[in-house]
Design a protein around this ligand. Sequence first.
Ligand code: GLU
Length: 312
Amino acid sequence: MNGMPAGEKLDYRLLLDAAAAAARATGDQGHVADYIPALATVDPDAFGMAVATVDGELYGIGDWEQPFSVQSVSKLFTLALALAHGGDTVWRGVGREPSGNPFNSLVQLESEHGIPRNPFINAGALVVTDRLQTMTGDAAGAVREFLRRESGNPLLDTDPVVAASEAEHGHRNAALAHFIASHGNLENPVETVLDHYYAHCAVSASCRDLVLAGSFLARYGVRTDGTRLMSRSEAKRVNAVLLTCGTYDAAGEFAFRVGLPGKSGVGGGVLAILPGRAAVCAWGPRLDQAGNSVAAVTALDALTTLSGCSIF
Ligand code: GLU
C-alpha cells in the first residue's frame, strides 16, 4: 500500500487491523495520567481506534465506542467554535507558535506579558475558553452541543467526577488564569473561565464520537449536515496550528512519525485529520513523557506509514 496516490480509496478495515496490532505491541510502555486523580481509574490496557471518512463511512476497532476523558482534545473544538463565532479577533489574545515548554508552564506567560503562545497549551486554551464564553454565554455548553450534534450522540456529556477532580487539583490552571487576568487578557471572571475549561476538558466521548465531531476539518470546514462551520482557509489554519502545536512539546516528533495535524489529551486520545479524506482517532491511556498516548501515536504512525497517506 506504500505510495498510495491521493484520491485512491484506502482499505480502512485492513489499516485499522494493522494499526491496532502495532498499538498492542507497545505493551505496558508509558504511564496513565494521575495528576488529575479521577483519570487514574481508567483501564490502562484499553485501546480503540476509529475512522470517519468525508463520504460518511465509519470504521472502528477495539474499544472504539467506549467513552474516555477527552481532556485537551476538547481544545480543538473550543478553538474551532471561537473562530467560527469571532473570526480573527481570537488571535488578538493568543499566538500560534509552538511553545517549546510543557503544556502547563507558567514561565513563558510571564515573559510574554499574558499572551499565551498558542491555543493548545493550557494558558492559551483558557483564553480561547474565555472568548467563547463571551461569544456564546456558555462555552462548555457550546462545545458539548457541537459534539452531540456532529456525533449524533445525545448522551455525550461532561463527567462531573472528573471535572470536580480537575478543579480540586487545579492550582496551576488557576495560577495561569489569574496571571492572564492580571495582564487584562480575560474578559470573564477567573472562576467562570476555569469552570467552563474544566467542564469541556472533562467531557467523556469515544473514538467514534470524536471522529464524527472532527470530520469538519477533513471536509475543509463543512459539518456533517453539509452546512459550513468555517471557511476553507480557516480550516486550513486550524489544521496548521494542530500540526505545529497540537501534541504538546512533541509536535515535531508527531509530524515526523505520523505526518498529520492532530490533537492529543492526557486522557490518552489523539484525534488526527487526513485533509480531504477522513478524521482518525486512536485512544490508549498510557502516556509517554511528553503526555501523548504511546498506543495512539503508534497506531497513527502505522496507519500513515502503511497507507503512504499523510499531508507530506
Ligand atoms: N484539563 C487538563 C489540564 O488542564 C488538560 C490536560 C491535557 O489533556 O493536556 O491539565
